[in-house]
Design a protein around this ligand. Structure first.
Ligand SMILES: [Mn+2]
Length: 378
């Protein structure tokens, strides 16, 4: 196989994505189920941009939009249906087809499919990909694509791209931030969009329900490994007590992570169907996406998650895996190699072994190889 650089892959993919969009008349766009600000901002900015090119666009969303995003431009154009024949379907901010939820039925019947994503651990599912795990948000990738397509960035598009950026980076405080993040922010602010008002409404404001859930959750936080791991849980009873919905708990894991000394934060959240969603957050480059993958989930290096059928059965294994992860990743620091191996050694070993390869091959190939290695090793 010829050695081809990441950049060459990216350029080739971008050309094909552009051609597919330019040639399509009807386009479906979907984000992920339980949408967050990144997903909603990316769907709306892409949808409004493609509409301005004269495309017939259907922005699919079957879940309710969290209240703080309901004022975003274009939000009233979200729909749950699309015509039978669709030329092109684009999924944004989705690391696998499963997280698209019900709109996947519409997505997969399009003649051509594209995925635009920045998740680190992912299972490719579309015909064409525009994937960059270095991008701090899906909105960042959508913005670059709109520029390539020659779309002029209106105030409405700018508000949505900025929402993606602000929410996904925790208002520019997470490690995914890179110089390009600020460059494109500067470009977007040049359109005259009101940054402070937006940051206040989509990020800083805490709903009363979130505040009460946080209080309940913090009051029963458990600490392990000298306080380097903190975990807590929210049951359906807690949601009832706070009169809260699932999305009100989204910012809570972040609050656990912010506790001094905590390097890995774990929040168990009971869902309406009584399965448990596990939100994982980390500091100092500890890769919680590896932990999430181990339990069938995925995500980013410092923010990931998975779903488990029972907290009772999985609590210990997850906490044990977190302890192993912490030890393994600390052991890879200079001078500490070969101390107690942990359950995730195979993944860490692979990552170290292939870090050179990653610069030569596409991410898709690397991730695929990684999945094979995990299947063999775990
Ligand atoms: Mn995202």
């Amino acid at each position: 196989m010829p050695i081809i650089s990441n950049q060459m892959w990216a350029i080739r993919n971008l050309e094909m994505v552009k051609e597919a969009i330019e040639g399509a008349v009807s386009i479906v766009i979907c984000g992920h189920a339980n949408p967050d600000g990144d997903s909603i901002g990316a769907v709306l900015s892409l949808g409004l941009g493609l509409k301005s090119m004269g495309k017939s666009v259907f922005m699919l969303c079957t879940d309710s939009v969290p209240p703080k995003y309901r004022l975003l431009p274009g939000v009233n154009q979200l729909t749950s249906t699309a015509p039978r024949h669709i030329d092109l379907a684009i999924a944004v901010d989705c690391g696998s087809k499963e997280i698209i939820g019900p709109p996947y039925a519409v997505f997969q019947r399009a003649a051509v499919t594209i995925e635009i994503d920045h998740h680190r651990s992912r299972t490719p599912f579309a015909d064409l990909t525009m994937v960059d795990p270095e991008a701090c948000s899906a909105g960042e990738l959508v913005y670059e694509l709109l520029l390539e397509l020659g779309v002029s960035i209106t105030d409405e598009i700018a508000q949505n791209v900025l929402t993606s950026l602000i929410v996904e980076t925790n208002s520019f405080r997470l490690p995914g931030i890179r110089p390009r993040t600020f460059e494109l922010c500067a470009e977007i602010l040049g359109t005259g969009v009101n940054f402070n008002r937006l940051a206040e409404t989509v990020y800083w404001v805490t709903s009363r329900e979130t505040a009460i859930l946080s209080g309940i959750c913090m009051s029963r936080c458990h600490f392990l490994q000298n306080g380097e791991i903190a975990w807590s849980s929210l049951s359906r009873k807690d949601y009832q007590r706070a009169q809260a919905s699932d999305s009100d708990a989204d910012p809570v894991a972040e609050k656990i992570r912010s506790i001094q000394g905590v390097k890995v934060a774990i929040l168990f959240r009971e869902k309406q169907d009584h399965q448990w969603r596990v939100s994982l957050r980390s500091k100092e480059g500890i890769d919680v996406s590896a932990l999430a993958e181990h339990f069938g989930g995925g995500g980013h290096l410092s923010a990931a998650g998975c779903t488990i059928p029972s907290k009772k059965r999985y609590l210990r294994p997850i906490l044990n895996a977190a302890v192993s992860l912490l030890k393994t990743q600390q052991n890879t620091l200079p001078g500490r190699q070969n101390e107690k191996p942990g359950v995730l050694d195979a993944v860490t070993f692979y990552k170290n072994a292939c870090s050179e390869e990653l610069s030569k091959h596409s991410w898709e190939e690397a991730i695929y190889t990684k999945q094979l290695i995990q299947k063999i090793a775990l």
